[in-house]
Design a protein around this ligand. Structure first.
Ligand code: ZN
Length: 177
C-alpha cells in the first residue's frame, strides 16, 4: 500500500532518528522501507527527495532522486523520466562549504509553502548504500541543497524552522523534498 507523506504538525517530523545497524541494511525490513519511500517519492511529481520520518519511520535513511543531479532539464522532460533514487543510510555530513547561498526550498511535508533557506554551496556526505557499501559523494547545486534538507529531516528539523522568509503558493513551481 502506498504510504502517505506525513504532514507538518506530527511529532515524528521533529524527533531524531535511529541509525540502521550495518548488518541489517540488506534485511527485508530495510528493503521494504526503501521500497515504500521510493514509491511515495515517485507518487509526488514535484518530489526529488524523501526522508524516512516522512513516511513514519524513525530511521536514518533518505532517498534523493537522480533528477536533483541534472542541470538544465525542462519540466516536461523531467516529468516523463523514470528517475532512479539514490539511497543514503546513516548519512553523515563530512564537509560543508563556508560559502552559503540563499535558496528557495519546499518540502513534501509542508504543502504549498516555500521559503528562503541559507545552505552551503557545496557539501560532502558519507553514507551506506542499499547494499551496505560505504560511499561518499560531493555535491553542488540542487543536489547539495537536497542533501542538506534531508540531513535536517533526520535531525528533526524542517526547513520552516530555519527559513528567512516563507511564502504560500497555490501551484508548486519548485521542487519538494
Ligand atoms: Zn522535506
Amino acid at each position: 500500500m502506498l504510504k502517505q507523506i506525513i504532514q507538518k504538525g506530527d511529532s515524528i517530523l521533529h524527533n531524531t532518528v535511529k541509525k540502521v545497524a550495518v548488518k541489517e541494511i540488506i534485511s527485508t525490513k530495510i528493503k521494504n522501507i526503501i521500497h515504500d519511500m521510493s514509491a511515495a517519492l515517485r507518487n509526488n511529481t514535484t518530489g526529488i527527495g524523501i526522508a524516512a520520518p516522512q513516511i513514519g519511520i524513525p530511521l536514518a535513511i533518505f532517498l534523493v532522486s537522480e533528477e536533483a543531479m541534472q542541470n538544465n532539464i525542462s519540466e516536461e522532460e523531467a516529468k516523463n523520466k523514470n528517475w532512479s533514487h539514490m539511497v543514503f543510510i546513516n548519512p553523515k555530513l563530512i564537509k560543508g562549504s563556508k560559502k552559503k547561498v540563499l535558496l528557495t526550498e519546499g518540502c513534501l511535508s509542508i504543502d504549498g509553502v516555500f521559503g528562503k533557506v541559507k545552505r552551503s554551496r557545496q557539501v560532502m556526505v558519507e553514507a551506506y548504500d542499499e547494499r551496505g557499501k560505504k560511499f561518499s559523494v560531493g555535491a553542488s547545486g540542487l543536489f547539495s541543497q537536497v542533501l542538506q534538507h534531508e540531513l535536517d529531516h533526520l535531525d528533526g528539523i524542517l526547513f520552516i524552522d530555519k527559513a528567512e522568509r516563507l511564502e504560500k503558493v497555490n501551484v508548486s513551481e519548485n521542487k519538494n523534498k
